[in-house]
Each structure stands twice: as structure tokens, then as C-alpha cells.
Design a protein around this ligand. Structure first.
Ligand SMILES: NC(=O)c1ccc[n+]([C@@H]2O[C@H](COP(=O)([O-])OP(=O)(O)OC[C@H]3O[C@@H](n4cnc5c(N)ncnc54)[C@H](O)[C@@H]3O)[C@@H](O)[C@H]2O)c1
Length: 323
């Protein structure tokens, strides 16, 4: 974190943690805005797509299996905007390249929402990248940097990088990002990938401001979705999500997916944050900077706002992703 980051005023909005994505866009007209949402066929992504399309945007739902988004596309056919599905596997660079080759014209926003969490064992993709870093950061880096000219052509484009409070657990380990030498730990791997997500927002802010492209990171909060599928019942009990009988416990601090999608939608489309860049938001506000691991995983860690680390990660990612 540099001095500018620590002294700049925090961005605040009138919205609360329980505001829904639709409420964020009440009265906002996104007609003609072309927005890509990765991982839009489930969870927070689906609610992000819904809110944007209802406000008039032309949303591309970028998913591994386009048929998984078919019902959503059909549901949104009668709205002010539209949705269409496109194939994209972020862990497969040839799929990212095919998506980029098929895209024409400006892009007004990318919501880099797709993600995987706490994969039990170290898994590598074709490039030898650890799976969470591959999907959550490097695939999105390939996608967003590949769309740079299209974003620039918008004149006012926004990149929203969906991170997590888990970033507080792990700085980016430049010496061993893929756990080749250190023991694999699924939470460190997830946390590191989400730190990369925040650093990527800083990198966009540092490099692309002159092109009218902003980049911000988002922690959606806790939402029960498919994301938890890699967690066994014992872990879910430890989280207090399951009772001893294996039933889901209704927890107050869990948001609905529509509430979880609100901060992504705020940064992707609300006029209230026009021009805001290089920030980390949660509960619809810019987060406070905090030090050390936090029980509630709230706030943003200095290691994720470090401009030098952001530059280093950009260089690392550029070298990793072939052009
Ligand atoms: N749910 C939470 O409590 C929570 C908390 C913090 C952050 N997040 C983040 O929010 C985002 C959305 O998660 P969610 O909770 O809606 O979970 P989810 O599992 O419902 O959605 C994730 C989506 O990403 C897609 N995806 C996974 N790997 C992909 C790949 N290789 N290529 C393309 N798409 C891929 C999945 O198919 C899925 O549609 C994720 O980035 C997650 O890390 C979620």
C-alpha cells in the first residue's frame, strides 16, 4: 500500500449490506451497454446477470457449458435488455482465446465473477498452473487484457474483479505461486488467488486510467452457493452452516445471492461510482484497510493494495499468459 492509497478518502454510498442487485440499479438505464459476466450460470453470477439485463444491458453470460445458462437466457428474453450464453473455460487458455476471437466491438464492463474455492488437492491445468490461481486470476487476466482494445473502445469501461475476504489469509507468493515447493494448502491457494484479484484491480487502475477503463475488486460477503461444493460436512459443521444432523442452519450473516451480487452490480454499472478505480469494496462501501487475519474476513489487507506487488503481479501474469 502506498501513501496515496492510505490517505485517499474512502468511497461511501447510500446502500447497505442487504441491498439487492436490483435495488442498486433502480432508475438506472443500461440500454446499449455490453457487459460480460463470467460464471453467470449460478449463484452470485446469475443474480448479477439478472439485475444488469433488467436494467437494459446486453449481457454475455460466459460459462463453461452454455446449455447451463439456457434457462437464464430464456427467462431474460422479455426484459429491457438481453442475455446470451458464450462458451468460456477460464482454466483453458485455448477456450479464452476462442472467446476473444469471437468477440467484436466495444465492451462496457466485465464482471470477473467465476471462481472455485478450497479445491481439496493440488490440481494443475495444461499450463501447470494451480487450479484456483488458474481460474480465479490467470484466466481472468488473459480474458481482460485480451479485451483491452474493446474496453478502450467503450470510452468508459469498468472491470469488476470478484475477490473474497479470504484474501486476508494469504499474500501473493511470487517465489512459489503454484505450490511446487511448499505444501499445498487449499485455503492459502484460494486466499492467494483472491489477493491476486485485488492486485489486478490496482494494476488496471495504474495502467489503464487514461483509456477510460476502471478496475475495482469486490468481496460479495458470505452466500451459500455451489462454491462450497469442495467442503465436506465436517468443515461445513465447523463453519456453523450444518447442524449435527447435517441440516443447513439459517445463519443471519449469510446473504442471499441477490444481496451478494449487489456490490458487483454497483461497481459494474451504478453512476454513483463513475470513475472510481483501484478500490476494494464490500457491503456496497469501500472497505477499511485492516492488518492481520480477521475472524469475520472483513476489510482489505495492505498486501492486496500494494502498488509494487500489483506491478510485479502484472509482469508475472503477462509472462505466464502467452500472446
Ligand atoms: N459464495 C460466497 O460466500 C463467496 C464469498 C466470497 C467470494 N465469492 C466469490 O464469488 C464468485 C461467485 O461465486 P458463487 O458463490 O456464486 O459460486 P458458484 O459456484 O455458484 O459460481 C461460480 C461460477 O464460476 C464458474 N466457474 C468455475 N470454474 C470456471 C472456469 N474454469 N471457467 C469458467 N467458469 C468457471 C462455475 O461454473 C460457476 O458458475 C467467486 O469468484 C467466488 O470466489 C463467493
Amino acid at each position: 500500500m502506498d501513501e496515496t492509497t492510505s490517505t485517499r478518502p474512502r468511497v461511501v454510498t447510500p446502500f447497505g449490506p442487504r441491498t439487492t442487485a436490483a435495488e442498486i440499479l433502480d432508475g438506472v438505464d443500461l440500454t446499449g451497454r455490453r457487459i460480460i459476466v463470467t460464471g453467470g450460470a449460478s449463484g452470485i453470477g446469475t443474480e448479477t446477470v439478472r439485475a444488469l439485463a433488467h436494467a437494459g444491458a446486453e449481457v454475455t453470460v460466459a460459462v463453461r457449458r452454455p446449455d447451463a445458462a439456457a434457462d437464464l437466457v430464456e427467462e431474460l428474453a422479455g426484459t429491457a435488455g438481453s442475455a446470451r450464453a458464450a462458451q468460456l473455460d477460464l482454466a483453458d487458455l485455448s477456450s479464452v482465446a476462442a472467446f476473444l476471437a469471437g468477440w467484436q466491438g466495444p465492451v462496457d464492463a466485465v464482471v470477473a465473477n467465476a471462481g472455485i474455492m478450497a479445491v481439496a488437492n493440488r490440481q494443475l491445468n495444461a499450463q501447470g498452473w494451480e487450479s484456483q490461481l488458474a481460474t480465479n486470476h490467470l484466466g481472468h487476466f488473459a480474458l481482460v487484457t485480451g479485451l483491452r482494445d474493446n474496453l478502450s473502445a467503450s470510452g468508459s469501461a469498468r472491470v469488476v474483479l470478484v475477490s473474497s475476504g479470504a484474501h486476508l489469509r494469504a499474500p501473493f507468493d511470487f517465489a512459489d505461486p503454484h505450490f511446487a515447493q511448499r505444501p499445498y494448502d487449499r485455503w492459502s491457494a484460494y486466499g492467494q488467488s483472491k489477493t491476486a484479484t485485488v492486485l489486478f484491480a490496482t494494476g488496471i487502475a495504474n495502467r489503464w486510467a487514461d483509456e477510460g477503463i476502471t478496475g475495482n475488486a469486490v468481496n460479495p460477503g458470505y452466500i451459500l452457493t455451489n462454491l462450497q461444493r469442495h467442503l465436506d460436512d465436517e468443515t461445513m459443521r465447523a463453519f456453523g452452516v450444518l447442524d449435527e444432523a447435517g441440516n443447513r442452519v439459517p445463519l443471519d450473516y449469510y446473504k442471499t445471492p441477490a444481496q451478494g451480487a449487489s456490490t458487483s452490480v454497483l461497481l459494474a454499472a451504478s453512476p454513483l461510482v463513475e470513475g472510481v478505480t483501484g478500490r476494494y469494496f464490500e457491503d456496497n462501501q469501500e472497505a477499511e484497510v485492516v492488518s492481520g487475519p480477521q475472524e469475520a474476513e472483513a476489510g482489505v489487507a495492505p498486501h492486496a493494495l500494494d502498488s509494487a506487488a500489483a506491478e510485479r503481479l502484472w509482469t508475472y501474469s503477462e509472462q505466464a499468459v502467452p500472446r
